[in-house]
Ligand binder design. Structure first.
Ligand SMILES: Nc1ncnc2c1ncn2[C@@H]1O[C@H](COP(=O)(O)OP(=O)(O)OP(=O)(O)O)[C@@H](O)[C@H]1O
Ligand SMILES: O=C(O)[C@H](O)COP(=O)(O)O
Length: 402
């Protein structure tokens, strides 16, 4: 359910002077520089600031908790939240206390010493395997730290993990932060009550990752625009020889079924008419060819300019757009024009534009100054936004309802 029905927002929770546990999603991309872990994109930290600031200003004792990466065997220094704490301290201009564990005496000591308006960030929740098992004992150890629970970790609400599910189940005073509220409102609007025409733009690497979302979108949209490696499979399904392009052979029949369903539902499908090809993903330059004329030993790595112009016609008429997945190998310059072109075209459209996280959100930030700011909503959740669009009930949201 994509509404805030029966969910209390932080504004209405009794947080003054209380110990308030805020589950955030600080699972940020890291890069190693001179042996140190450096944050490559701090968007998820910035997006959580309104909730954190609100709690501090209202005199709460703020306990932040997050996962980072997927540690397999207990604590891993490379996945410590310490660099995140340092960035947060810079952004807030206050000290952020960092206990070296999220439960037990280390955490209790720091949390119980907090005064009103002070803040701490617990160490990576996934250093305990119990987090991903939704373990109730682990959740009760976290519950010992707090009086009030706030979930602002949209990127993690599709996970039934202890800090997003078992914990709020046992904390009576619970609700959502401003980011979760904003995400539910924007994604909810686009799937429950979109202004029409409603255009979905899907791309990325695999059809298999997006079958469920594709099928559910077909019930709601007017136009389906497909690009990226995903389009290769659809073009091959129509009998086009994609030569060395990345395609999913075992999804050709499924692609045909989706195209038939789209026809039944009167959904217009727009596929690339030209592509940028090269002999390898390492090639320094690409060549634009029509989709039916890909030379031997060449692969499609981006959509071409005519495809972009065709897609643009749909964007110009659209009133709502949902975009997930890049149009090509956008990380490499010769193959980035299609993705950046779609980003700029959507930024300039008058439609309500929503990006479903992941690579497309990163691409929009690289597309040029001011492009990202022009989107109506860029979700901080990849998997979570897709599952919400599919119409699934997400455990971290449902558990907050009264
Ligand atoms: N034609 C293509 N050939 C090869 N790789 C491609 C092509 N088109 C897109 N890609 C690659 O697909 C990857 C993105 O695919 P993915 O399905 O993961 O996208 P996403 O859903 O936006 O990301 P996330 O899973 O992080 O939410 C990018 O690394 C991109 O370079
Ligand atoms: O980055 C994400 O999509 C969220 O933080 C969830 O992370 P996960 O896929 O490792 O559970």
């Amino acid at each position: 359910m994509t509404t805030l029905d029966r969910i209390t927002t932080i504004k209405d929770l009794p947080i003054e002077n209380k110990r308030v546990f805020i589950r955030v999603d600080f699972n940020v991309p890291l890069e190693e520089e001179n042996g140190k872990q450096v944050i490559a994109d701090d968007a998820r930290i910035r997006e959580a600031l309104p909730t954190i600031k609100h709690a501090m200003e209202r005199g709460a004792r703020v306990i932040l908790a997050s996962h980072l990466g997927r540690p397999k065997k207990g604590p891993d220094p490379k996945l410590s939240l310490e660099p995140v704490g340092a960035r947060l301290a810079e952004l807030l201009g206050v000290e952020v206390h960092l206990p070296d564990d999220c439960i037990g005496d280390a955490a209790k000591k720091v949390v119980y010493d907090l005064r009103a308006g002070q803040i701490c960030l617990l160490e990576n929740l996934r250093f305990h395997a119990e987090e991903e098992k939704d373990d109730e004992t682990f959740a009760s150890q976290l519950a010992q730290l707090c009086d009030v629970y706030v979930d602002d970790a949209f990127g993690a609400v599709h996970r039934a993990h202890a800090s997003v599910h078992a914990l709020p189940k046992i904390v009576r005073e619970r609700g959502c932060g401003f980011l979760l509220e904003k995400e539910i409102a924007a994604l909810g609007k686009i799937i429950t009550n979109p202004d029409r025409p409603f255009v979905a733009v899907l791309g990325g690497a695999k059809v298999s990752d997006k079958i469920a979302v594709l099928e559910s979108l077909l019930e709601k949209i007017d136009v389906l625009v497909i690009g990226g490696a995903m389009a290769n499979t659809f073009l091959a399904a129509q009998g086009i020889n994609m030569k060395s392009s990345k395609i999913e052979e075992d999804k050709l029949a499924l692609a045909r079924t989706i195209l038939e369903k789209a026809k039944d539902k009167k959904v217009t499908v727009a596929l690339p008419v030209d592509v940028v090809v090269a002999q390898s993903i390492e090639s320094r330059e690409g060549k634009v060819v029509d989709v039916g004329s890909i030379p031997d030993h060449h692969m499609a790595l981006d959509i071409g300019p005519r495809s972009l112009a065709e897609f643009q016609k749909h964007f110009d008429k659209a009133k709502s757009v949902f975009w997930n997945g890049p149009m090509g190998l956008f990380e490499k310059k010769p193959f980035s024009n299609g993705t950046f072109g779609v980003a700029r075209a959507l930024a300039d459209s008058k439609a309500f534009t929503v990006i479903g996280g992941g690579d497309s959100a990163a691409a929009v930030k690289d597309a040029g100054d001011g492009v990202a700011e022009k989107f109506s909503h860029i979700s901080t959740g990849g998997g979570a936004s897709l599952e919400l669009i599919e119409g699934k009930k997400l455990p971290g949201i449902e558990i907050l309802r009264r």
